[in-house]
Design a protein around this ligand. Structure first.
Ligand code: 13P
Length: 253
């Protein structure tokens, strides 16, 4: 079975102490992941080491960065490289979140560079794609997402593509409380998988985890994750409450 992943994206929330407490409360629930199930905490950079040491005893619990820079190293004050993440044994990195694209001008081409660097340094990218509301309303969301995949991922050879995790996050559903319906999520996930199959063959496409993100909550995670092509979620707001995130972890297939 493909990896099923409950990924928390804390974004720019919580103090260090609050973050520690949240992790403690989640870990206290002692939820055992099945071998194909993973929990990932994407935390602010200064909390990476603390989070790593909190989860390192737990099977299939991992830490992620929320971003990395698109250049290898150098005079980029304030930035963090994929190599630095690797040096901290950080397992995952979110690449191309819509908030990064929108507020920090990240382009598909820059994201391709980030993807390459993550893979070079054995950090698994969680590549985010997804359309804004106007695109959804015009009915061109498939073309929009296809271009994101092509321009940031499809240069990869199959050997490295298999290590990518994709997160479909329709922008109109992020932080709005407006979730995609299970039908909308499944349709897009199946479309993404069909594009992966076209580029890399059906076998590889079946191995890649595609997460859904956008107002995943304790009360809708079960039905979303039950969709055949939805392999878990990338969760913002609801990952900041232990009880909610625990229920989301429990909803994994
Ligand atoms: P919300 O769950 O708060 O809608 O955020 C989704 C998201 O952006 C996760 O990366």
């Amino acid at each position: 079975m493909r990896k099923q992943i409950a990924a928390a994206n804390w974004k720019m929330n919580l103090t260090f102490h609050q973050g520690e407490k949240l992790l403690d409360n989640i870990l206290k629930a002692d939820i055992k992941m099945n071998p194909h199930q993973y929990t990932v905490f994407a935390v602010p950079f200064p909390y990476l080491l603390m989070t790593r040491s909190e989860v390192e005893e737990e099977a299939n619990y991992y830490v992620a960065a929320q971003n990395c820079h698109h250049k290898k190293n150098g005079a980029y004050t304030g930035e963090v490289s994929a190599e630095m993440l690797h040096s901290l044994a950080v397992s995952y990195c979110i690449v191309g979140h819509s908030e990064r694209r929108e507020y920090f001008g990240e382009t598909n081409a820059m994201l391709a560079e980030k993807i390459n660097l993550c893979l070079q340094y054995f950090v698994t990218p969680i590549f985010c794609c997804g359309e804004p509301l106007a695109i959804r309303e015009s009915g061109t969301q498939n073309q929009f997402v296809e271009a994101q995949l092509k321009e940031s991922l499809f240069h990869l050879p199959a050997e490295t593509m298999k290590d990518i995790v994709i997160a479909y996050e329709p922008i109109w559903a992020i932080g709005t409380g407006k979730t995609a319906t299970t039908q909308q999520a499944q349709e897009m996930h199946a479309f993404i998988r069909s594009k992966l199959a076209g580029q890399y063959g059906p076998q590889l496409s079946e191995e890649i985890s595609i997460l859904y993100g956008g107002s995943v909550k304790a009360n809708n995670a079960g039905e979303l994750f039950a969709c055949p092509d939805v392999d878990g979620g990338l969760v913002g707001g609801a990952s900041l409450q232990a009880d909610d995130f625990i229920q989301i972890m429990r909803a994994l297939k």
